[in-house]
Design a protein around this ligand. Structure first.
Ligand SMILES: N[C@@H](CCC(=O)N[C@@H](CS)C(=O)NCC(=O)O)C(=O)O
Length: 289
């Protein structure tokens, strides 16, 4: 078995064991722990087991370290949804800087994908490329088209939302309104920075207008088919929309484009997200918003 996967198993199964065997645990909890240990122990050698029929190539198990409101994690979840890729989701409070998480990604940032036989795959763009390389789809199913010129446009726009929109809009919104609520003062917690929120609310209007301009000239953001560009934009907007921070009436074309993306089956899991203590905006899961 790959050493990384073993380390991963030690970290997660081991950690659960250690905390559950604390002095205050009762018998039932101990029993539950034994069950989860058995699951860990049995699940990991699965791909090397001699009992697998010859020629059968099971998909390596994917684990995504994410946060439900992290826009870049949402982007990866949408890609999984579009390609029908099953992945185990592990919620990571990145601000706690858990040592085991820092071992996976020393940058301490989400998202991180862990899969057998590979080093941990950090960052939304790197994960998206990895999925494109390892899950080659054909024809119109591809989220990254074949022609080089079209790829450039898809990557440009995916990058626009993952970097520029994140820095100017979705990052400050989720940081100030969601993540900071759970952080201690040393971790950067405290009341929302009203200047940061004001700037994000101002900036979002320019981005909505830009999306509108793009989709008035094309069917989808980067051309005539849905691509990584649409998923990236929609992922970031969805996080802002959860917080009720998208002035949809600003641009009709943008709203119609988002309604199309939002109604795709790949979006369902994201629309079902509900964070403890922070309810989604009224129209968040509404397809006719
Ligand atoms: N390079 C990463 C950065 C992602 C990122 O900054 N994610 C946020 C959560 S959405 C994070 O982990 N922030 C950690 C921090 O600010 O320390 C990517 O492009 O995916």
């Amino acid at each position: 078995m790959h050493a990384l996967l073993r380390e991963f198993a030690d970290v997660f199964c081991g950690q659960r064991m250690a905390s559950a065997f604390g002095p205050k645990r009762d018998n039932w909890q101990r029993k539950k722990v034994k069950i989860s240990m058995a699951i860990c122990a049995n699940a990991l050698p699965f791909y090397s087991a001699a009992s697998i029929p010859t020629g059968f190539q099971p998909e390596p198990m994917l684990t995504l370290f994410h946060h439900p409101l992290c826009p870049r994690s949402r982007y990866v979840r949408l890609i999984f949804g579009e390609y029908g890729i099953a992945a185990r989701l592990v919620e990571e409070r990145f601000w706690e800087r858990r040592e085991e998480f820092l071992q996976l990604n020393p940058a301490g940032e989400l998202p991180v994908l862990v899969t057998e036989g590979q080093p941990p795959i950090p960052g939304a763009a790197v994960i998206a490329e990895y999925i494109e390389e390892t899950h080659p789809q054909t024809g119109s199913d591809r989220l990254l088209p074949d022609p080089v010129g079209r790829r450039v446009e898809v990557r440009r726009l995916a990058n626009w939302f993952n970097e520029k929109f994140y820095t100017e809009v979705s990052g400050p919104l989720v940081q100030e309104r969601a993540f900071k609520r759970h952080m201690t003062q040393e971790q950067g917690g405290g009341p929302p920075d009203t200047d940061a929120l004001r700037a994000a609310r101002h900036n979002i209007r320019y981005h909505l207008a830009y999306i509108g301009w793009l989709v008035r000239t094309r069917d989808w953001l980067a051309g005539d088919r849905l691509s990584l560009a649409d998923l990236s934009a929609a992922a970031h907007l969805s996080a802002a929309d959860y917080l009720g921070e998208v002035p949809w009436n600003e641009d009709e074309a943008t709203k119609n484009w988002y309604a199309r993306v939002k109604s795709r089956p790949s979006f369902r899991a994201i629309l079902a997200d509900v964070l403890a203590g922070l309810a989604p905006s009224k129209s968040y899961a509404d397809l006719d918003f």
